[in-house]
Design a protein around this ligand. Structure first.
Ligand code: ADP
Length: 405
């Protein structure tokens, strides 16, 4: 197949479906949007065209098939659409959260691939089934169009056993697949590649520490283009302090809570949804902007939550710096990494001992989707802000696979 020109990217959740339509020449976003509250009361369709035209309207959507059909209607609508006809869609790329050990790269969807995605569902019960639902809906609505699955875990497939194994009996890895898989791989890969072009250096010559700081957060040591360690684990709960997730915690805390009578579901809820910035600050929000505002207003618990967030991040950067044997740049991305001047200031200030010196003027200037250096020009270990674009990475992967197929 020739390189597809029009690629649709789908991120299907259990009650939402995000889409982005790309024209690959110039890697242009033509339209994007979100169907939310799918199968619930009052579903909504948010739509945005490349020229800034936006709409938001109630819709009737019970399942993934309805959502994909609705997206199709919008994409070809004479007034707001971006395609002349639906057959212009030449390829569809799908975000799939968990590829376990089966998938170390993106792949063209076949019956066998779908079976393997289904088989990984026990590792990501909330994500893989709806991701597969999105793929199957596209197969029904676009029977002639190839689908590509792009896995959050795939980029971390290069981790060595010393990074990915847990220090429990080896048979638990062999029998149950209990190991670190890592997530946000599409984002870490995207920003690593984008940072290499920003610095004008081949990725194969760089040692990078990429920090994806959004509501979920993870950090990766990227050695010459390959992930060699990452902070999320068998699930996305491990590692950094996040909006509502605890990150690293002594596993004995879980046992202690079990013995105090809490159920597995209650502990799951506590650690995934009630912890992190939300739980520590007690302000009812895990959003960093709300926490920064509360801290600014003098709330001590919010201050504590933010210190914990930056302390954990700095300790990981130090660990990864040594694992990589030194590093060329630390890269900030995600909503917090791309925008939060005070968080970056706190983190980069701590890196002076490694030769990374904050340039505060640059720090304040690089926000709102801009890429840039925020360390001084003579810092050997640089700090870079690089906006992520997971959808574009999925579109690139889709075009790459289908161009050689
Ligand atoms: P998700 O992981 O859901 O994709 P995002 O990458 O959009 O999330 O990041 C959301 C986080 O980014 C929130 O904690 C939000 O407060 C934070 N954020 C966005 N803009 C800013 C800003 N200007 N300053 C501080 N934090 C910000």
């Amino acid at each position: 197949m020739n390189r597809p020109e029009h690629v649709l990217v789908i991120n299907a959740g259990s009650s939402s479906l995000k889409f982005t339509m790309f024209r690959m020449t110039g890697e242009e976003m033509r339209a994007k949007g979100l169907v939310e509250r799918m199968g619930l009361s009052a579903p909504m369709l948010h739509y945005e065209r490349f020229d800034g035209l936006k709409s938001c309207a109630p819709c009737k959507v019970a399942n993934h098939d309805d959502a994909i059909r609705l997206v199709c209607e919008k994409l070809v609508a004479p007034d707001v659409g971006v395609l002349r006809r639906l057959s212009d869609v030449q390829a569809i790329g799908h975000r799939v959260v968990h590829g376990a050990e089966k998938f170390h790269d993106s792949t063209i969807v076949t019956e066998e691939v779908k079976g393997s995605i289904r088989a990984c569902a026990s590792l990501a019960p909330l994500h893989n089934p709806p991701n597969l639902g999105g793929i199957e809906a596209c197969e029904r609505v676009f029977p002639q169009v190839p689908n590509v699955a792009v896995f959050d875990t795939a980029f971390h497939h290069s981790m060595p056993p010393s990074s990915f194994l847990y220090a429990i009996p080896y048979e638990y890895y062999e029998r149950y697949g209990i190991r670190k898989y890592g997530f946000h791989g599409t984002s870490h890969k995207f920003v690593a590649e984008a940072t290499a072009s920003f610095l004008g250096r081949p990725l194969e010559s760089l040692r990078l520490i990429t920090c994806h700081l959004g509501n979920g957060a993870s950090i990766t040591a990227v050695d010459r283009g390959k992930s060699v360690d990452t902070s999320m684990g068998m699930t996305p709960l491990n590692g950094l302090v996040m909006g509502t997730r605890c990150g690293d915690i002594d596993p004995a805390v879980v046992l202690y809570l079990v013995r105090r009578g809490m159920s597995a579901n209650e502990i799951d809820d506590l650690l995934n949804k009630k912890s992190g910035l939300l739980g520590v600050s007690g302000i009812g929000s895990g959003d960093m902007r709300d926490n920064l505002a509360a801290a600014e207003a003098g709330n001590d618990q919010a201050k504590r939550a933010i210190w914990m967030f930056t302390h954990r991040l700095v300790s990981y950067i130090g660990a990864y710096y040594t694992i990589l044997g030194g590093a060329d740049a630390v890269v900030f991305t995600g909503g917090i990494g791309e925008n939060s001047v005070p968080i970056r200031r706190r983190v980069v200030s701590k890196l002076a001992c490694l030769g990374c010196i904050l340039d505060e003027e640059r720090n304040q200037a690089v926000v709102n989707g801009r890429a840039g250096l925020i360390s001084t020009a003579d810092s050997a270990f640089r700090a870079v802000v690089m906006p992520t674009n997971e959808e574009l990475m999925i579109a690139r992967e889709t075009a790459r696979l289908l161009s050689v197929a």
